[in-house]
Design a protein around this ligand. Structure first.
Ligand SMILES: N=c1c2ncn([C@@H]3O[C@H](COP(=O)(O)OP(=O)(O)OP(=O)(O)O)[C@@H](O)[C@H]3O)c2ncn1[C@@H]1O[C@H](COP(=O)(O)O)[C@@H](O)[C@H]1O
Length: 107
């Protein structure tokens, strides 16, 4: 998963400065942060709706749209996928410590 996202991130970064009429990502960058954020919000809502529809394929498709637009927003904000994965790793470390402490309160 990390590889796929990193590859997508690279493609997105390569679209900076590309012709908006030739590239959807370049057209999003050209329209700016408010438009990118709006698209992310739309995809989030569509993902929620798909999750309630019972249509697994629709949910997979909307989740992919959501992750893609999140990657574009992060790139626009100069935040890398690695930054987000590191934050998730940090949280896993915290919850790992909490779990160990709960299992072994004397330690
Ligand atoms: N993963 C995606 C991806 N997922 C979804 N989309 C596009 O996201 C848009 C979302 O659909 P909507 O109907 O909501 O949006 P729209 O009506 O086309 O656009 P708006 O006017 O509403 O903004 C569609 O145009 C999809 O084609 C994507 N476009 C690009 N990618 C990746 O980005 C790479 C670079 O794409 P280009 O920049 O187009 O070369 C591609 O090779 C893909 O890997």
């Amino acid at each position: 998963m990390a590889n796929t996202l990193t590859q997508l991130e690279q493609t997105i970064l390569n679209r900076r400065g590309a012709d908006p009429s030739m590239s959807y990502v370049a057209s999003l960058f050209a329209r700016g942060r408010p438009k990118i954020a709006e698209k992310l919000g739309e995809e989030a809502v569509e993902t929620v709706i798909a999750s309630l529809s019972g249509d697994r394929g629709a949910l997979v498709g909307e989740a992919a749209d959501l992750l893609f637009h999140l990657c574009v927003l992060l790139a626009d904000a100069d935040i890398t996928v690695a930054d987000v994965l590191a934050e998730l790793d940090r949280r896993e470390g915290i919850s790992g410590i909490a779990e160990k402490a709960a299992r072994n309160p004397q330690a």
